[in-house]
Design a protein around this ligand. Structure first.
Ligand SMILES: Cc1ncc(COP(=O)(O)O)c(C=O)c1O
Length: 392
């Protein structure tokens, strides 16, 4: 079936953070929201049908966290899409990827311990470290010729300075890199050499463009697998984030036992029934839908790149290799991040993420979510263009 991603679905008054919380976030009701990372598209029909079918039963009691058919669907998906062969025993489930990051920090580092992140990065990475009383160690990414790379010399020295965990964002939010095998291999080896546990957030792994292919860090070698906690979810890929379900893959028995006991320590034993049902249906039946989605997103991305080049050349697009988020370099405007955000909210009436919320390296940048119908995207671009007339 051909999916129609051009259809605009009203999302207001659905308890939707993106559309219903613009006043809280931007202090404005009337902004076009292109910020938080979910999509304005309906999930695959098969997901809705699976939820409808289970809903008809009418009893919503305690739910197994890892039903066998769910595990099978996750295993098959990783095999098929990412060429990673995993075992059922390695799987755990959490209510979200961010909570999995938080549980990892709590389980495997001590108060005051050092955790490495590669900045600029998704802001909850800071929260799960700082709010648990641990120290953030930044390994800033390097922007060269419009593309970000890792600074391995700095990374090695940070690892040697006593860090015992690194949280990797792969693909990276917000800079859009899909890390290469060489990069992941070097990083994974450095973690092993320096006794740094790798926690790999791979929530954006299913959304990649052109020849870029996500490689699970733990699939690189047996050694790296035994030293890695991988967090995935169907939530970004199939737009089911509201169902609060993610999967954590931990090949090492001892690490998995400690992680699981941390979950049990806060009373997490089971899962959300609809999250389990939806994830399984998405992985089993959603692949064709995903292929069409990727084509549509690639079309949106091309539109953005062409539009900025033609009408807003002051803003440089950092072309994402993965995710539906685009990182916009606005530094040539000579405005602070707050001034740029102000301009976007109050003159353009568009809600984008302030780059500074991803760390100091994000100062002068914006992040835009382009997972929306083309008509919404066109309106957004027009609004940004109009706003720029105030500062030219
Ligand atoms: C890198 C990354 N990790 C995690 C999340 C959120 O995960 P969850 O909603 O499962 O906690 C996001 C959402 O934008 C993200 O970009």
């Amino acid at each position: 079936m051909q999916c129609d991603f051009d259809i605009f679905y009203e999302r207001k008054n659905t308890c939707c953070i993106k559309w219903d919380c613009t006043r809280e976030v931007f202090n404005e009701d009337d902004v076009l929201p292109m910020w938080i990372a979910d999509m304005d598209f309906r999930a695959p029909l098969e997901v809705k049908e699976a939820i409808d079918k289970r809903n008809k039963h009418g009893i919503y009691g305690y739910t197994e966290s890892m039903p066998a058919s769910y595990c099978e669907a996750v295993i098959d998906w990783l095999n098929k899409r990412h060429k990673w062969s995993i075992r059922k025993e390695w799987l755990c489930s959490t209510p979200g990827v961010v909570s999995a990051l938080g549980f990892s920090v709590m389980a495997f580092t001590k108060p005051g311990g050092k955790v490495i992140i590669q900045t600029p990065v998704y802001s909850p990475f800071y929260d799960v470290i700082e709010n648990n009383g641990r120290q953030i160690i930044e390994n800033p990414l390097v922007l060269q010729n419009g593309r970000y790379t890792m600074d391995f010399a700095d990374l090695e020295s940070k690892m040697k300075s006593g860090a015992n965990m690194m949280i990797l964002c792969s693909p990276h939010n917000p800079v859009g890199r899909v890390w290469s095998r060489e990069e992941l291999s070097r990083l994974g080896e450095l973690c092993l050499e320096n006794n740094v546990l790798l926690v790999s957030d791979e929530i954006h792994s299913d959304i990649t463009y052109g020849n870029y292919r996500h490689i699970p860090a733990a699939s690189i070698s047996e050694g790296i697998a035994q030293n890695t906690i991988t967090c995935i979810a169907a939530s970004k890929t199939f737009n089911i984030a509201g169902l609060s379900t993610s999967t954590v893959i931990i090949p090492d028995d001892d690490i998995r036992k400690v992680f699981t006991s941390k979950l049990h320590g806060v009373g997490i034993h089971g899962c959300n029934i609809f999250g389990i049902i939806a994830t399984e249906a998405a992985y089993r039946y959603g692949e064709k839908w995903l292929e069409q989605l990727l084509d549509y997103l690639a079309g949106n991305l091309k539109y953005i790149i062409d539009y900025f080049k033609m009408y807003i050349p002051e803003i440089k697009v950092i072309k994402p290799e993965g995710s539906y988020l685009v990182w916009l370099d606005c530094r040539s405007l000579g405005l602070s991040s707050d001034e740029i955000s102000d301009l976007m909210v109050h003159k353009a009436r568009i809600g984008l993420n302030n780059g500074a919320s991803f760390g100091t390296e994000g100062e002068g940048f914006l992040r835009m979510n382009f997972a929306c119908p083309r008509s919404v995207l066109k309106e957004g671009m027009k609004r940004i263009r109009n706003a720029l007339s105030f500062v030219r």
